[in-house]
Design a protein around this ligand. Sequence first.
Ligand code: PEP
Ligand code: MN
Length: 360
Amino acid sequence: MTEYFKDLAPITFDGIDNNRPLVIAGPCSAESREQIFETARGVKAAGVGVFRAGIWKPRTKPGGFEGVGIRGLLWLAEVKRDLGLLTATEVATRDHVAAALDAGVDILWIGARTSANPFAMQDIANALQGHPEVTVLVKNPVNPDLELWIGALQRIYNAGVRRLGAIHRGFSTYGKHLYRNEPQWYIPIELHRRVPQLPILSDPSHMGGKRELIAPIAQQALDMDFAGLMIETHCNPDCALSDRDQQVTPEALNLILNTLVMRDKKQSTENLNLLRQQIDRCDNELLEVLSRRMRVSREIGQYKLEHNMSVVQAGRYSDIMADRLRLASEMGIGADCMQVIMQAIHEESVRQQIEIVNKA
Ligand code: PEP
Ligand code: MN
């Protein structure tokens, strides 16, 4: 059986500060040679070492701007040659991979619609065989499915790619919300827990969907120790042919990057270790309380069994939920978070009670 991700290589590059989070910036889409060069010069002036541009654009509906195609790769190659920037583009098919590799693109990323599709992922993985030099970043699938994300990464790993990373770009939901794509932070956090050696970058542009959300999301990601950022940057965002509301000018990018608190990866960890010990103790207490709660819950299950009552009592559940949400909010814990916690605890209680009833 393959042991996945055991010999990943660090994603470092000559000529950039590898002790700082990796920053990738550039337009959502390559539109023209002028737009690419103007943006790339600005990105470089902002101190960013990797330039991104989408060449083939996966649009939700037909009729939108679907990218300039292969000629955009020539512009990326020129940017690399003339400005000394590393380059990155999205690939969605085996032909894209072949063309991008031919053009000397340094980083290939796989978009959220593609990483949700195992056939497409396998096709891309096959095309990557024999190219251990390339760096591949896999965006999370559009749906909040961690296993699907990990599976996509495993397919690329199986192809021999070791300079492998992930990009958290949020998850789509129905309707209008603050975020274009919900962060659901616990998913990348769980990915990090399962594969600690895998670098995860944050894409605040696609998560936020609006310029003003980029800085706060990016800061949150950096505070959580994400390995880097991908920020959509365009020399004239208001006229961009795709994702115009979320693209910033190179000047705004510069400001954002200068305002962000980037923690040095090598900083002293003494205080951090003390704080982490406290967290470990809190978690132990939480587990003890939870296990006590489950014991009581099983006793209730026994009582319900003896009195021929149903396990789930909807009225009681809503009362508990309302009460705990109120308490949580008094203690400064967000309602969304508390709701998820209470739901999970309730589901586990029900499961344990059903086990008692079934045994009888
Ligand atoms: C993009 O990076 O421009 C893009 C299409 O991203 P995503 O796959 O995250 O939607
Ligand atoms: Mn985009």
